[in-house]
Design a protein around this ligand. Structure first.
Ligand SMILES: [Zn+2]
Ligand SMILES: [Zn+2]
Ligand SMILES: [Zn+2]
Length: 145
């Protein structure tokens, strides 16, 4: 994958959301590729779905699909790399170009905090379970005696 996955809400400009929405999955493009003969863009996985369906036609213009002509397109890569995007983590106030987003995610403190919190919650859950079991056994023996 060329860019890290992102959601439409992360885009700073509504116009980018319109241009980057896949007409098949109605989500932002994931690895968009262009079918040379007609110039239409779909996610790579959405093209694959069309190729596997029996009719092998472009879902937008109904022209015949040639899978050897479905490619990365330099123009789209350049456009996407400069799109302004916000970090997916709510506590983070980072904003920048999509091409810098992967780098940012490696150093995002909000992401790390969320990971640490998840690990901590799991450990706390385990400990609470242990304590709960102890409490239960203790009250059971108390009831008996
Ligand atoms: Zn798609
Ligand atoms: Zn087409
Ligand atoms: Zn961040």
């Amino acid at each position: 994958m060329m860019f890290p996955p992102f959601a439409r809400q992360q885009l700073c400009n509504e116009k980018d959301g319109e241009l980057l929405t896949c007409p098949i999955c109605h989500d932002v493009f994931k690895d968009p590729k262009c079918h040379g003969p007609c110039g239409h863009y779909l996610c790579e996985s959405c093209w694959l779905k069309c190729l596997h369906s029996c009719n092998d036609v472009c879902p937008i213009c109904r022209c015949h699909l040639d899978n050897t002509l479905i490619r990365w397109d330099q123009g789209m890569i350049m456009y996407m790399s400069s799109v302004q995007i916000k970090c997916a983590y709510l506590r983070c106030c980072w904003k920048g170009k999509l091409e810098d987003y992967a780098n940012h995610l490696e150093n995002c403190a909000a992401k790390e905090l969320e990971n640490v919190q998840q690990i901590a919650e799991k450990e706390i859950g385990k400990l609470l379970n242990k304590l709960g079991e102890k409490r239960r056994t203790r009250s059971r023996s108390r009831n008996r005696g």
